[in-house]
Design a protein around this ligand. Structure first.
Ligand code: MG
Length: 220
């Protein structure tokens, strides 16, 4: 069976997992990078999805980092979607963690190589249950928070996004045909840092969605 997410009580098969890099200026700075002139887009395969509360600490890294992100679930596909109609293609919002093998990502950046191995490994994209947009007054006014073993490590607001959701959907749809069940990780605020096997993480977007994840050595 293909990986699924839950939109409230409705299971939805997941398609592509699009992710945006450096979409918060403070995070771009902590990564010693420039604010990008166009969105930085990368992909995770569907098997990166995790909905059972586990994230894998893979043996190919020694520096696994958390990145808490607002995740958009596409409900209606399309191509060349105008920015003004983009939000009508959204089925739901949730919270996710873009787990990153930071050591390998630095090396890939240095060598000009892709991020697939540092970003796309199994169970590197845990997500919460999704809530329908009707419950959210403004997706760009949501608090994003992440705790590791009860300690707050990341706190930001989606108001700080450089490229906002309508722009991202319009941008992506000019390059990729979007389909129902595609996910969009919209970037992380500042405060990323390392996790270790056995750590318990909790992520929240406003009071809408919560995600609890345990970091495990064993491949889930
Ligand atoms: Mg990220």
């Amino acid at each position: 069976m293909r990986p699924h997410v839950m939109l409230e009580d409705e299971p939805i098969e997941v398609g592509a997992i699009f992710c945006i890099g450096k979409n918060y200026a403070e995070h771009a700075r902590e990564m010693q990078g420039e604010v990008p002139e166009e969105p930085i887009v990368f992909l995770k395969p569907p098997r990166a999805l995790s909905t059972d509360g586990q994230a894998w600490y893979p043996p190919h890294t020694g520096d696994l980092h958390h990145e808490v992100e607002l995740v958009v679930l596409i409900g209606r596909g399309g191509r060349d979607i105008p920015e003004s109609e983009a939000l009508s293609h959204v089925a739901g919002y949730g919270v996710g963690i873009d787990f990153t093998a930071r050591d390998l990502q630095w090396e890939a950046k240095r060598k000009g190589q892709p991020w697939t191995v540092s970003k796309g490994f199994d169970a590197s994209a845990p997500v919460s249950r999704f809530v329908r947009p009707e419950r959210i007054a403004d997706p760009h006014a949501l608090e994003l928070r992440l705790w590791v073993n009860g300690q707050l490590r990341q706190a930001g607001t989606t108001a700080e996004m450089i490229y906002r959701i309508p722009y991202l959907i319009a941008y992506l749809s000019r390059i990729f045909t979007l389909e129902r069940g595609d996910l969009l990780f919209t970037g992380t605020p500042a405060g990323v840092g390392p996790v270790h096997p056995g750590d318990e993480l909790e992520a929240a977007v406003g009071d809408l969605a919560r995600l609890r994840v345990r970091v495990v050595r064993q491949r889930p």
